[in-house]
Ligand binder design. Sequence first.
Ligand SMILES: C[S@@+](CC[C@H](N)C(=O)[O-])C[C@H]1O[C@@H](n2cnc3c(N)ncnc32)[C@H](O)[C@@H]1O
Length: 246
Amino acid sequence: MKKNNLIISEFLDDAFNLKSHLVEFLSIKECDLEGFLENAKMNLANLHPGDVLGNVSDFYTDIVGDRHLADLAAWHITSKDYIADTLKLQQRFSRDLVLDFGGGIGTHALANAMSSNIKHVFFVDINQTNRKFVEFRAKKLGVENKLTFCRTIKETNIKIFDTIVCLDVLEHLADPASQIEIFYEIMHSNSIALFNWYFYKGEKNEYPFHIDDSLIVENFFEKLQSKFLEVFHPILITTRAYKKFK
Ligand SMILES: C[S@@+](CC[C@H](N)C(=O)[O-])C[C@H]1O[C@@H](n2cnc3c(N)ncnc32)[C@H](O)[C@@H]1O
């Protein structure tokens, strides 16, 4: 297992070998990779069908395909200092059994799996391509024994987690308040949950898939403020740490 500062510096070097993992997993030529990553954000936004989409989660299961890999990879590479700060935060709080809900391309789950503070990481993501890609990456990085891949929390068969990581996911859910209530039920009194959210579609509708309905957002904050107590951390990012409010 690696020392925590080494994990951060390996992420800052090459995002845990992300580009070479993409080339091999997607069977694309190295020279085509930059094109795949360029414009990824707008390509993903353009895929969204708008208000006609009945079920929010259909976007991630049926529509995005490997486009979300491109979008997330481009973001983690171009915003690596920000992502590294979220990894530092995760290192500060993560231990033992971890749930990474909506784990995307796996940066946080893989970093946790590399850490000696962690017994096992359950990577839950509704998108099959993401699950397969992170499973592939885990094997490449030699941490596959510390990761399990599931579509839902129920599939993990774990009743209580010590750590929950849910980063940049809540704004993608039809009902974020119900989701954090589910998290509450699978935490013990010393568990820590890391949450952030961005209930905003963007100035130019760059994030048409983000929930911004004021009632849904108000319900979310009511639930958060009644069920969770914030735990201070000094890292200057929007992600917050919570424990259960007694
Ligand atoms: C913006 S990405 C964030 C990925 C990662 N947490 C990060 O910080 O890079 C949102 C992720 O949530 C997943 N997701 C969306 N709805 C979900 C659901 N209902 N259950 C599990 N995962 C979901 C998507 O497939 C996607 O991987």
